[in-house]
Design a protein around this ligand. Structure first.
Ligand SMILES: CC(C)(COP(=O)(O)OP(=O)(O)OC[C@H]1O[C@@H](n2cnc3c(N)ncnc32)[C@H](O)[C@@H]1OP(=O)(O)O)[C@@H](O)C(=O)NCCC(=O)NCCSC(=O)CC(=O)CCCCCCCCCCCCC(=O)O
Ligand SMILES: NC(=O)C1=CN([C@@H]2O[C@H](COP(=O)(O)OP(=O)(O)OC[C@H]3O[C@@H](n4cnc5c(N)ncnc54)[C@H](O)[C@@H]3O)[C@@H](O)[C@H]2O)C=CC1
Length: 719
């Protein structure tokens, strides 16, 4: 809806009304068309102001309308009518002007923004382009390079930057609508000839072809197969080279391809999934809207290794006081330096002062007595963690939340070692913890709803996509990852190379393939985990039995590389070779190829040709199948939880929506059929057998992903 009032005698004030972000739904568009018409036909009205209710201008098109039968007046003619008006129209931008919201403002003759407002054309993040004239007007207003930057990244700019770029005419610290009305009174009656952006020529740019070639190359590289960024460049190119009307035609043509694409569906699914995971619920009925988080002002981190350092930085940057405890003096000294460095670099990037004084360091666990929450990040060793949790229970004030950053250990077992198991939850960060945007909040069988709510709220404050998951080995992310890694190793045994496997996965859109990732995180990490599970047997045993552990197929390849001292990047040798320790440039290593050949010969394995499709099917479907088990077990509340974990924590390409969404896109019947096929070929890999839930979904006609919950409920009720 849009409300119309006349203010100060001569100004028609149009207020967009569609909480929470005044998205341009059909009724809002209709409201704008009607009220603009009313203002223009009222002889008393000399000028018009458009604003949004509740201090928010407009969040753009109503994304929920996409994929439905869209009705109501279309945006483009509506914006053209505003631009063509013979009375000045001023946009009063408070809060946000995003996507179609900014396009609406660009159709106005003037734009006034509050100093705290943010503006942007984020359509690319939804698999689209600014197709209500945004791709044609913005370059005409601010020039091609700046427009390309905004449109291809979708980034939001502050009001100050918008003023500097020339997107807005004025910024105010006061009431924006009042300022806009005053402004509108002043410009009423003035000529609008120079105010219609669509009539501007695009600012001249030397060597336009070279500029577009360069940008296109960079965009293609970073897009990892996403089509929208490429279309955005093409649309801006049309603005730079064609008259406005033809540019609009090109914009429409490009949007038509994007609008119905699977990638747009995936990205829009991700947008809503990211928000849906905030509405967490636990199998015992506890949920986000009935559980009250506790305030957390002061936190402690125990263990300042790789993870503890990043967690300390992330907490301090969120505004908390942090006590950082490390038992080894040398480690403590190194950690202090490393944490200060990370804080200083982060502060420099953001143009703020580093918050070094929020952190105090200690070797003594007694120092954490008065904190509200502790995050333990000592070695992945149950005995050690148990000891630390017992100490914490004795030292901390009553009610302190005790969180563990364990990657896979049993949260219930840890909780059972404390007098207050309801205060124990997992807060599983991902490395580097101050950078990675994912947090798994692991609830145990006795975790209280308040404890979960507190960890979830803290994660959100830290800027993490926080997902509440149940307790099992590896939780969601690592439980699925294990099978992905295992399949990749099996493929090497069967004839693939690390380059082939990584090539297929990178072509799919992962920022790095499984072997490059393994080199980066360190082969010693996986080895330690497998050793802890009793899987590692040293030496080069040969024959079939050497490749069977705990009754199923096992690949010792990673262990053998570890035994050779090939830990990956840190030793400059792993699945690849690197020029020096820490160098990121992975080069093929002939040693690895000969090693694989010898290994196959010793084990009587005959290399066969493996193509990209098999790599994807084996690695991804194994992982997806485990995702179905996780849903069936109630470890994740819905497919969105799994997908958010994979997109934010594991580099799953966002334009493919996450593993469960991908399965839905591929077709559940096909995924099941392929799993059956691979299970038949590899009967010693039990997890390739399609899960019960997958079978049930296929038997129910493969319902769309947002209805899987019903099938899961039914399955649980039958148990
Ligand atoms: C706005 C935000 C920055 C707010 O953030 P925050 O305060 O953190 O709150 P949130 O939790 O994110 O959001 C609260 C709540 O609001 C919902 N919501 C937010 N934005 C929208 C929206 N735009 N639409 C619908 N709903 C929205 C959000 O989901 C939350 O609700 P919940 O999910 O229930 O929890 C932040 O929300 C944000 O960043 N929002 C997105 C902003 C954005 O991306 N805007 C751009 C939208 S796309 C757009 O505007 C494109 C256009 O305008 C062009 C349209 C042209 C259409 C023409 C179609 C022609 C097609 C031609 C093809 C023809 C094919 C054929 O031939 O058939
Ligand atoms: N490294 C990674 O990528 C990830 C690790 N994790 C988990 O985080 C935890 C920590 O892992 P990392 O940081 O990699 O280990 P790390 O080996 O880098 O650091 C552990 C630190 O804990 C210290 N420590 C040991 N006992 C202590 C005690 N009693 N009191 C205080 N400090 C003590 C050690 O001296 C060491 O500095 C583990 O549980 C691990 O599984 C979780 C996500 C990712």
């Amino acid at each position: 809806m849009a409300q119309y009032t006349r203010v100060s005698g001569f100004v028609g004030l149009i207020t967009l009304q569609n909480p929470p972000v005044n998205a341009l739904s059909a009724p809002v568009r209709q409201g704008i068309v009607d009220t603009v018409q009313r203002a223009l036909s009222d002889p008393e009205v000399k000028s018009v102001v458009i604003c949004g209710q509740n201090g928010i201008f407009c969040g753009g098109a109503d994304i929920k309308e996409f994929g439905t039968d869209m009705f109501g007046p279309p945006l483009i003619p509506m914006i053209h009518a505003i631009e063509a008006a013979n009375k000045p129209v001023v946009a009063a931008i408070e809060g946000i002007a995003l996507g179609g919201g900014l396009e609406l403002a660009l159709g106005c003759h003037y734009r006034i923004a509050h100093s705290k407002a943010r503006l942007g054309l984020p359509e690319v993040t939804l698999g689209l382009l600014p197709a209500a004239g945004g791709s044609q007007r913005l370059p005409r207003l601010i020039g091609v390079p700046a427009a390309l930057n905004l449109i291809t990244t979708g980034r939001h700019v502050t009001a100050a930057e918008a003023l500097q770029l020339g997107i807005v005419d004025q910024v105010t610290d006061h009431n924006t609508v009042d300022a806009a009305v005053k402004f509108a009174l002043r410009v009423g009656g003035q000529s609008l000839d120079a105010r219609r952006i669509s009539t501007y020529p695009c600012p001249q740019q030397p060597d336009l072809d070279a500029l577009f070639e360069d940008v296109m190359q960079k965009v293609r590289q970073s897009a990892r197969g996403a089509i929208a960024p490429v279309a955005c460049v093409q649309a801006v190119r049309a603005a730079a080279t064609l008259p406005y009307t033809q540019g609009m035609e090109r914009e429409k043509e490009l949007m038509a391809t994007l609008f119905t694409s699977g990638q747009a569906r995936a990205l829009q699914y991700c947008f809503f999934a990211q928000r849906a995971v905030g509405r967490w619920k636990m199998p015992n009925g506890a949920r986000w809207d009935t559980s009250k988080p506790r305030p957390v002002h002061k936190a402690a981190v125990i263990g300042l290794g790789t993870m503890g350092r990043g967690i300390t930085v992330a907490l301090a940057q969120t505004g908390l006081s942090v006590i950082a405890v490390e038992s080894q003096e040398k480690q403590l000294m190194e950690a202090k330096q490393a944490v200060s460095g990370m804080l200083e670099r982060g502060a420099k990037r953001r143009g703020v002062a580093p918050v070094l004084d929020r952190i105090s360091y200690s070797q003594d666990i007694q120092a954490v007595a008065d904190v509200d929450l502790v995050i333990e990040a000592v070695f992945e060793d149950m005995a050690l963690k148990t000891k630390v949790f017992r100490q914490l229970s004795a030292v901390c004030k009553p009610g302190t939340l005790l969180c563990t950053n364990t990657s896979a250990l049993d949260v219930d077992q840890l909780a059972s070692e404390t007098p207050n198991p309801e205060l124990v939850v997992g807060m599983h960060f991902f490395a580097p913890a101050h950078v990675m945007k994912l947090l798994e909040v692991v609830y145990g069988s006795r975790s209280s709803p308040e404890a979960v709510a507190t960890a979830m709220q803290l994660g959100k404050k830290m800027g993490k996509a926080s997902v509440a998951v149940g307790n099992c080995r590896g939780f969601v992310g690592n439980r699925m990852l294990k099978l992905y890694l295992e399949q990749a190793s099996f493929l090497l045994e069967e004839g693939a190379t690390p380059e082939l496997v990584d090539g297929a996965l990178e072509e799919f859109g992962f920022p790095m393939g499984v072997f490059r990732m393994s080199d980066l995180s360190g082969l010693d990490v996986g080895w330690r985990i497998r050793k802890g599970e009793g899987l590692v047997e040293p030496g080069m045993a040969s024959g079939q039995s050497a490749r069977i552990r705990q009754g199923r197929r096992y690949s010792p390849l990673g262990d053998l590389l570890y035994e050779q001292g090939r830990f990956g990047l840190k030793t400059s040798r792993g699945w690849y070779q690197y020029d020096k320790p820490g160098s990121r440039v992975a080069r093929s290593d002939p040693w690895v190829h000969s090693f694989l050949e010898e290994y196959r010969a010793r084990h009587g394995l005959v290399a066969r040709n493996i193509d990209h499709q098999e790599v994807l099917e084996r690695c991804l479907y194994a992982m997806i199948n485990e995702g179905f088990h996780i849903l069936e077990d109630g470890i994740a509340a819905g497919p969105e939880d799994i997908d958010v974990i994979y997109v934010f924590g594991f580099g799953w390409p966002r334009h493919r929506g996450g593993p469960m969404f991908y399965a839905d896109m591929v077709g559940l019947a096909k995924v099941m059929e392929k799993l059956e096929h691979y299970h038949q070929a590899h009967p010693d890999v039990p997890y390739l057998q399609p899960s019960n839930l997958l079978r049930k979904l296929v038997a129910s006609g493969s319902p769309p992903i947002h209805t899987w919950g019903e099938v899961i409920k039914k399955l649980h009720s039958q148990l």
